[in-house]
Design a binder for this molecule. Structure first.
Ligand code: PLP
Length: 427
C-alpha cells in the first residue's frame, strides 16, 4: 500500500469510490492523456469522470483561468458578474428552452436539488416521478429520488418518489419488446401509476442513464411520456449532467433524441462544462425559475474563476465542432468494439452514442451481471496504459467509455486495441 493510499484510508470515508487494487495518483494531464505517480502515461478514456470535456490542460482554458485569477477569483452573486452573465446567455440560448433563466451551482447534485425545489414549489406537490436505475446525486434529496438504491438502503427524503419503467432497455418486464411496444408498455405503466396518485410535481430523467451503465430507452420515449405529463401539468426535468454538450454526437443535449417532445421544462447540467472546474446549473422557463422567493444566493455558484473556464471551454467546443468529432470518432469506436464483442461471450452488449459508450459484461451463457470481470478488465486496461470507468451502485458490470471530446481516430484505435486484449483476458 502506497503511503498516500494509507493516509487516504486513514482520513477519508470508506464509501468514497476509488479505482484499482493499487490506487493511482494522477499528477498531471495534457490532451487525452494523464500521468500517474508511477511515472506512466495513460490514455484517459473516462475524461476524469466525464468532466474533462475538451482536453486536459487545454491552453485556452488555462489562459482564461490564469487571467481571471489575476483579476479576481470570486466576488459573490451579490454583485454583477460579467463572466456569469455571458455564460448564462450562451447556455440559455443553447438550451432550447423559451424565455430561459439559468442558475449556477457548484455540482450536478446541487443542480438537481434546485430543480426539485423549483418543481415542487411551482407545482405545490412533493411527489416526484423518477426512473428506475437512475442516479441524480449524493445529497439527501438527490439520493432520495435516485432509483439505483446502491448508494443508500434508506430514503428518508421528504419527497415521495414513484418509480417509472423505461430508463433501462435491457432488463425488466419489457426487455424483449420492439421499440414501439416498449414505449407503449412504459406509457401504459406511467398512465396506470398516475391513475392512483395525487398529481406529481415532475418527472426527472437522464436521457441516457450514466451511472446506471449508459443505458437508454428507444428514441421517442420521453416524447411519448411528455404527452401524458402535459395532460396532468407535470413538469419534465432532463438531467443532462452526463449527456449534455454534444457528448452523444447526434445531438447537443440528450433530450433531443426524443424529437417532438421539445425541450424539457427544466434542464440540469454539470460535469463537462467547466472542464474540471466545479460548475453545475439549472435552466428553466422564467415562470418556473422565478417561483422562489427573492434574495437567494449560492455562495460559490457562478463564481468568476469557474465561469471564465466554462466560457473558454464552451467556445472551444463549439468552434471546433466537438459534437461532430464525438459522432465521427465515437461511431468508429462503437463499431470497432462491437466487432470485438461479437467474438466474446463475456460481452452482452456494446451500446451508446457518440463518445458515451457502455460495454455490459455477463457470465458467459447467462444474463447474470459479472462485476468481477469488469473489475479485471479495468486492471488489465490500466496495466496497458488505458483508464476507463464502470457503472455505479448496481451497475458495476458495465464498463464506461467517455473520453474527452477531442479524441482522435488514432487514439480511439489505440484504446480499442487495449480493450480488445483486456476483454479477451476475462471469462
Ligand atoms: N446527475 C447525474 C446524471 C450524474 O451522473 C451525476 C454524477 O455522476 C450527478 C447528477 C451528480 O453530480 P455531482 O457528482 O456533480 O454532484
Amino acid at each position: 500500500m502506497s503511503d498516500l493510499y494509507a493516509r487516504h484510508k486513514a482520513v477519508l470515508p470508506d464509501w468514497l469510490a476509488l479505482y484499482y487494487k493499487d490506487p493511482l495518483e494522477i499528477t498531471h494531464g495534457e490532451g487525452r492523456h494523464v500521468w500517474g505517480d508511477d511515472g506512466r502515461k495513460y490514455l484517459d478514456f473516462f475524461g476524469g469522470i466525464l468532466t474533462t470535456m475538451t482536453a486536459h490542460a487545454l491552453p485556452e482554458v488555462t489562459k482564461a483561468v490564469t487571467e481571471q485569477a489575476g483579476r479576481i477569483l470570486h466576488s459573490s452573486t451579490l454583485y454583477l458578474n460579467r463572466p456569469m452573465v455571458e455564460l448564462a446567455e450562451r447556455i440559455a440560448q443553447l438550451s432550447g428552452i423559451p424565455d430561459a433563466r439559468v442558475f449556477f451551482t457548484t455540482s450536478g447534485t446541487e443542480a438537481n436539488d434546485t430543480a426539485l425545489l423549483l418543481a415542487t414549489t411551482y407545482r405545490r406537490s412533493n411527489q416526484i416521478l423518477a426512473m428506475r436505475n437512475s442516479y441524480h446525486g449524493r445529497s439527501f434529496s438527490a439520493v432520495g429520488i435516485t432509483g439505483n438504491r446502491g448508494w443508500s438502503p434508506t430514503s428518508l427524503s421528504p419527497l415521495q418518489t414513484l418509480y417509472v419503467h423505461g430508463g433501462v432497455r435491457t432488463r425488466g418486464p419489457f426487455a424483449r419488446l420492439s421499440d414501439a411496444d416498449f414505449i407503449a408498455a412504459c406509457v401504459a405503466d406511467l398512465k396506470d401509476l398516475l391513475g392512483h396518485t395525487r398529481s406529481p410535481a415532475a418527472l426527472i430523467a437522464e436521457p441516457i442513464q450514466g451511472v446506471g451503465g449508459f443505458t437508454s430507452p428507444p428514441d421517442g420515449l420521453y416524447a411519448a411520456f411528455r404527452e401524458v405529463l402535459d395532460e396532468h401539468g407535470i413538469l419534465w426535468i432532463a438531467d443532462e449532467v452526463q449527456t449534455g454538450w454534444g457528448r452523444t454526437g447526434d445531438n447537443f443535449w440528450g433530450w433531443q433524441a426524443h424529437g417532438r417532445s421539445g425541450p424539457p421544462d427544466i434542464l440540469t447540467f454539470a460535469k463537462g462544462i467547466g472542464n474540471g472546474m466545479s460548475i453545475g446549473g439549472v435552466v428553466a422557463r422564467a415562470d418556473i425559475m422565478n417561483c422562489l422567493d427573492a434574495n437567494s444566493i449560492s455562495t460559490f455558484g457562478g463564481t468568476q474563476i469557474t465561469m471564465a473556464a466554462g466560457l473558454a471551454n464552451l467556445s472551444y467546443l463549439l468552434e471546433h465542432d466537438l459534437q461532430g468529432n464525438a459522432r465521427r470518432v465515437g461511431g468508429l469506436l462503437i463499431e470497432r468494439l462491437r466487432a470485438v464483442a461479437a467474438q466474446l461471450p463475456v460481452v452482452r452488449e456494446v451500446r451508446g452514442r457518440g463518445l458515451m459508450i457502455g460495454i455490459e459484461l455477463v457470465r458467459p451463457g447467462t444474463d447474470e451481471a459479472h462485476p468481477d470481470a469488469a473489475a479485471a478488465v479495468l486492471e488489465a486496461a490500466r496495466a496497458e496504459g488505458l483508464l476507463i470507468g464502470k457503472g455505479g451502485g448496481h451497475n458495476t458490470s458495465v464498463l464506461r467509455i467517455a473520453p474527452p471530446l477531442t479524441l482522435t481516430v488514432a487514439e480511439a484505435e489505440e484504446g480499442a486495441a487495449i480493450l480488445e486484449r483486456a476483454l479477451g483476458s476475462v471469462h
